[in-house]
Ligand binder design. Structure first.
Ligand SMILES: [Zn+2]
Length: 284
């Protein structure tokens, strides 16, 4: 331990609690990393600028390397944080009951985040759907990049008032959030500026971004230039065609796309009606 003054001071009990212990599991809840020991759980937050690296324990520590977790393999887990806005806590109890974690919204990839829940939570809400996805009261872990990408995938305009989301759109949005996050995790995350994984490698999801930071570039689906505006102080990107706010009128020509439904609910055909054909008008 080289510097205890992080966002909250690191308490003195943590060294004894983890000394000689085995790291049983490494988990994550929202932006908190959980290191599970038999004695309890270390709860780590990286703050604005923190990072964890796995290094040889003999690597000289720099100015902003505030603590190490030394492993018997000769490696260490080193916490680096120039702005010291991160944190380290230890709890002997269930970490999900810790004050930092107890009131967090569901994880986006868990079954607790579903279409019915999103539909119910958005009723009567005038806030833009993108802002609601990002504010972490409804679901955690959906930041600006992934909210933008998920709404494109769902075909929903980011500024749509949340209360106007249909059931089908709620299902599309929840599905898209899960799909986008799973794809991002698969490709190692999104490196825009300085994100790297614990071995120092960047993430490769950037190559798959469809709208984020693509202002003026052609939509990958339809070619329309991507638009951008500021929504809740965050840059927001969308395709004005694929994410139209109002549904475009159905194509009136039955020969081009699926035929429009007639007012009687029957599908018109081009077949010439014979004398046996009984249209609805002839019904009694
Ligand atoms: Zn498009």
């Amino acid at each position: 331990m080289r510097e205890r003054r992080l966002r909250w001071p690191i308490t003195a009990d943590i060294e004894n609690a983890v000394r000689g212990q085995i790291v049983r599991a490494v988990e994550r809840r929202a932006k908190y990393l959980l290191l599970r020991f038999d004695t309890g759980t270390a709860i780590v937050h990286l703050g604005m600028s923190g990072s964890l690296r796995v290094l040889a324990a003999t690597t000289p520590a720099g100015t902003h390397d505030h603590w190490d977790l030394r492993l018997e393999t000769g490696l260490c887990l080193r916490y680096h944080d120039p702005r010291r806005f991160g944190s380290l806590h230890f709890t002997a109890d269930d970490p999900n009951r810790h004050p930092l974690l107890a009131r967090l919204a569901p994880e986006p990839l868990s079954a607790a985040f579903d279409a019915a829940g999103l539909f119910a939570a958005t009723r009567g809400r005038r806030v833009a759907i993108k802002a609601l996805l990002m504010n972490s009261h409804l679901v955690v872990g959906v930041g600006n990049i992934y909210a933008s990408e998920a709404l494109f995938l769902a075909g929903v305009h980011p500024c749509l008032p949340a209360g106007r989301l249909s059931r089908a759109q709620a299902a599309a949005v929840t599905g898209a959030v899960k799909q986008v996050l799973a794809a991002a995790i698969r490709t190692g995350g999104t490196t825009l500026r300085d994100y790297v994984d614990p071995s120092g490698a960047p993430g490769y999801f950037r190559q798959e971004l469809t709208v984020y930071e693509r202002t003026g570039q052609p939509c990958r689906r339809c070619g329309t230039p991507i638009e951008q505006r500021i929504l809740c102080q965050r840059s927001t990107y969308w395709c004005p065609t694929c994410q139209a706010r109002r549904r475009k009128p159905l194509n009136s020509c039955a020969c081009v796309s699926s035929p429009p439904r007639r007012s009687d609910g029957r599908t018109p055909t081009h077949r010439r009606r014979g004398p046996q054909s009984r249209g609805p008008a002839s019904r009694r």
